[in-house]
Every structure is written in structure tokens, then in C-alpha cells.
Write a protein that binds this ligand. Structure first.
Ligand code: ZN
Length: 63
């Protein structure tokens, strides 16, 4: 066993959980490419942003 890790296993586990949570969140949400507001992720077709009213789709680049 290597006990000389710079970070404790708890911190390491927390980082993994955090990364997984972020990844899960990213499956459902994205940022509006026009105004940067949080918006539901598009799977098919287009969606309209609640804040700026402009349409966005999945392939648009994130800001
Ligand atoms: Zn917007």
C-alpha cells in the first residue's frame, strides 16, 4: 500500500463523485449559445431559450 499520496482518499473520492455529478448534469443541460443562460439540452431539433427567446440546437457551440 502506498500511503504517501499527496491527497487523502476521501478528497480523491470526492473529486470522482464531483466529476461524475458534473458529467450527469451535462447530459441534461447546456448553456444557451446566444445569451449563456442555462437551458435544457437539445436531443432532437430545436429549442427556444427562455431568456432571450432565440432558438438553439444541439450542435451550436457553447460559450
Ligand atoms: Zn438565450
Amino acid at each position: 500500500m502506498v500511503e504517501s499520496l499527496p491527497v487523502s482518499p476521501i478528497v480523491l473520492g470526492g473529486a470522482v463523485v464531483f466529476a461524475l455529478a458534473l458529467w450527469g448534469w451535462w447530459q441534461f443541460y447546456q448553456f444557451c449559445p446566444h445569451c449563456g443562460a442555462l437551458a435544457r439540452r437539445v436531443y432532437v431539433g430545436w429549442r427556444r431559450c427562455r431568456r432571450c427567446g432565440r432558438q438553439y440546437r444541439r450542435g451550436l457551440r457553447l460559450r
